[in-house]
Write a protein that binds this ligand. Sequence first.
Ligand code: NAP
Length: 318
Amino acid sequence: MSPRKTLVTGATGFLGSHVAAAWLEAGHDVRYTRRATSDTRWLEGLDVESVEWDVRDTEGLKRALRDIDTVVHVAGVTRAPKIPDYFQVNATGSARIAEAAVKAGVSRFVLVSSLAARGPDGGDGPVSAYGESKRRGEELVRLFEEKMEIVVLRPGGIYGPRDSDLFPLFEMAGKGWLVAPAGSPPLQPVYVSDVARLTVAAGTGEYAGLGPYPVAEEGEYRWREVREGLASALNRRVRMVWLPKTVFISAGVIAETAARLTRQDPRLDRRNAVDLSRHGWTCDTTATRDAFAWQAEVRLPEGLALTAEWYRRVGWLE
Ligand SMILES: NC(=O)c1ccc[n+]([C@@H]2O[C@H](COP(=O)([O-])OP(=O)(O)OC[C@H]3O[C@@H](n4cnc5c(N)ncnc54)[C@H](OP(=O)(O)O)[C@@H]3O)[C@@H](O)[C@H]2O)c1
């Protein structure tokens, strides 16, 4: 019989590429799924095999799951042109692989959901189509709870090498300024390799229950601390430019519309702008720490420095 392996979906993306590397580093055999259009540059040099599978399809899924013991389902869309796209991938697609995983005899299924599925601080649920689709994905995957061990992780904002979403902040700070919404609530981000390490802890060892488990660094931060971290990481003076929340959100809407017209990915969109200016996204990570003996190790100033260093090394930043 072939040795049992770990399947990582979404490994061609930002978080998933770090997840695949973390599982390899922990000594596991890793297979990942890719699409015909996927860019596999972050996986070059890694001893991993791959199978073609699109989350919206069943074609390839059986092959992807052959001899798989653990699935880490990272694939998802964080930005989509149309609302149904979020649900097709993040909800229906997650249910599709969970059902197939049960049939294939997978013993543990780690679902990378999002804090957006919980919704912002003090609220009572998701506030965006993205958040709703991630919540629906959790509900659908949970239906298989009796048939395999399921762990649901809910990371807050993730940053680190290979991330293009928060790169504009570094780019802006590299030019000497940082624009942020005035009076915005605190931030509680998490460095990417800490999340990747957590998927290994959650996917191995004694089963600690489904969760959902919030994932973030323990400390909360304010924008001025982000500015200080960026200034130190980039070794230059960075001025804070505060925009009224409504102006910040309008900037998100304009950037999104312009990107749509030019068929590019928006650097900022309405959802990000609303999330950053109106809502707090903090969480208590005690349950996660207790379940997996895990704690984020990289504090924001160090994480920003490591990220800036990587952006420079690959030439994204001068
Ligand atoms: N980044 C964050 O701050 C954050 C926070 C909380 C949760 N998350 C969750 O973490 C996961 C990864 O996010 P990310 O930031 O790493 O995004 P990303 O860089 O855009 O990566 C998304 C990954 O999903 C794959 N994917 C998308 N649609 C697919 C489809 N139809 N079929 C197969 N694969 C598909 C992409 O494949 P291609 O390479 O082919 O496009 C890529 O590998 C998502 O589930 C997201 O909800 C992210």
